[in-house]
Unconditional design. Structure first.
Length: 83
């Protein structure tokens, strides 16, 4: 469990959202709570089992972010991934 931290990026491996990238906002025993700033906002994060995500080795400070800042983080990551 120590390898999962809030602020890390994670890619969904299973479900209808497979392949989408999210930011981990919270963690409990078997689940992580993911947000993308658009459909999955801070008020309504996606609850996903830990085994259904793939971690991306990027960590951001998400202590006081809003949905627009989460969208900006994901936009920058997607831009770098295309290169």
């Amino acid at each position: 469990m120590e390898r999962y931290r809030t602020g890390m990026l994670a890619r969904s491996k299973a479900g209808h959202d497979a392949g989408r990238v999210y930011v981990i906002m919270d963690i409990d025993d078997a689940y992580v709570y993911l947000a993308d700033g658009r459909i999955r906002t801070l008020e309504n994060p996606k609850k996903k089992k830990i085994r259904h995500i793939q971690l991306i080795n990027r960590v951001y400070d998400v202590a006081s972010v809003n949905d627009a800042q989460i969208r900006r983080i994901l936009k920058e990551f997607n831009k770098e991934e295309e290169i």
